[in-house]
Design a protein around this ligand. Structure first.
Ligand code: UT7
Length: 333
């Protein structure tokens, strides 16, 4: 129930964009010692899109955003806020303003938000606060990542998992409230399970004055720990968000999880007793696209006509931080 100060929220458009180049498991097994059978059996992934050096996060994000804006029926100049969830920015000072410029969204304030594979759900919840309080009416939320730039391509335990892409949604102030509940969590004690960490190299400027010059080290991951964490925490956080929404898992039309591993999707669905035919999955074609994976899968399902106006969607992102979160919403106005 909304009080007088609160505004309803609707998700009125979705869009996505992926690089053209697709690398299947057979191709990848020419690069690292792996096989199509192993990757499919352990992850469900069959191929992934990879961005070449000409492609940028802002380009993919802008294309996805244009599609979402077109679906919502607003103009870029109607946007008040752009939140870009990414862990692989083109510019560490922020990439969202480049997207604002490329879209011609001259009125919008734009900023980046970093929460790895939970980034999209965290950004959705952040954007919602601005709409709820009546501050902004039209918000673009984007999840975009080019993790292929930060993968250790000699580590077969991680390089087989990731792909590149972008997805976006438009969130608008609405007379009815379609964002029914959310819940966000972090646990820094497990930060070392999944990292893309800065490696400082000391550089002495003057005697007694040393700074650090270095670079980010490619992704390191304890796959088994992350797997365990996801299977345990994701059902819990979805149940908490459902509780806030006054709903049960039975009432969910679509379970839309971060596309990390088909085994994780299956295990979470099983825990929640949601049948497979109500689980959205496109990771066979894209792998784990980090912050992009949820809006990319949502957009495909909307454009395929699977997700219909009024459908209840339970979504959950999880990953580095460790961080995890869930949101329950109804598609459309
Ligand atoms: O956004 C969140 C991102 N992270 C995740 O979602 C990761 C969650 N974890 C996972 O998805 C799984 O842990 C992986 C798919 C990463 C790994 O699956 P696993 O069933 O945990 O395999 P494992 O690491 O225990 O490896 C089993 C065996 C090992 O061989 P031995 O020691 O049993 O002889 C590995 O060396 O498989 C071997 N292996 C591979 N073999 C062929 C590991 N990677 C590969 C590979 N191809 N790519």
């Amino acid at each position: 129930m909304l009080n007088q100060l609160q505004t309803g929220i609707a998700i009125t458009g979705s869009g996505s964009a992926t690089p053209v180049v697709s690398l299947d498991n057979h191709g990848l097994s020419q690069w690292v010692e792996t096989s199509d059978e192993w990757i499919k059996a352990r992850t469900g992934i069959e191929r992934r899109r990879l961005a070449d050096a000409q492609v940028s996060v802002s380009q993919l994000a802008t294309e996805a955003a244009k599609n979402a804006i077109a679906m919502s029926g607003i103009a870029p100049t109607d946007l008040d806020l752009i939140v870009l969830a990414t862990s692989t920015p083109d510019d560490l000072f922020g990439t969202a303003s480049q997207i604002q410029h490329q879209l011609g969204a001259s009125k919008a304030v734009a900023f980046d938000l970093t929460a790895a594979c939970s980034g999209f759900v965290f950004a959705l919840a952040t954007a919602a606060q601005f709409i709820r309080t009546g501050v902004y009416q039209n918000v673009l939320v984007i999840g975009a990542d080019i993790l292929s730039r930060w993968v250790d391509w000699s580590d077969r335990g991680t390089c087989i998992l990731f792909g590149d892409g972008a997805g976006a949604i438009v969130m608008q102030a609405n007379t009815s409230d379609r964002l029914l509940g959310f819940e966000l969590r972090s646990d820094g004690t497990q930060n070392n399970c999944l990292q893309l960490a800065y490696q400082p190299q000391p550089k002495e400027l003057l005697p007694g004055v040393t700074v650090a010059q270095g670079t980010f080290h490619p992704i390191t991951m304890n796959g088994k720990e992350v797997y365990r964490f996801a299977v345990q925490k994701v059902p819990e956080v979805i149940e908490k968000a459902l509780h806030r929404a006054n709903l049960t898992a039975e009432q969910v039309d679509w379970l839309l999880l971060h596309q990390a591993n088909q085994r994780i999707l299956d295990a979470v669905a099983q825990r929640l007793k949601i049948p497979n035919e109500r689980v959205l999955s496109n990771l066979a074609n894209y792998g784990n696209t980090s912050a992009a994976s949820i809006p990319l899968a949502l957009d495909e399902a909307v454009r395929q006509g699977k997700v219909q106006p009024g459908n209840i969607i339970a979504t959950s992102g999880f990953g580095a931080g460790l961080s995890w979160g869930a949101a329950i919403f109804q598609w459309g106005r």
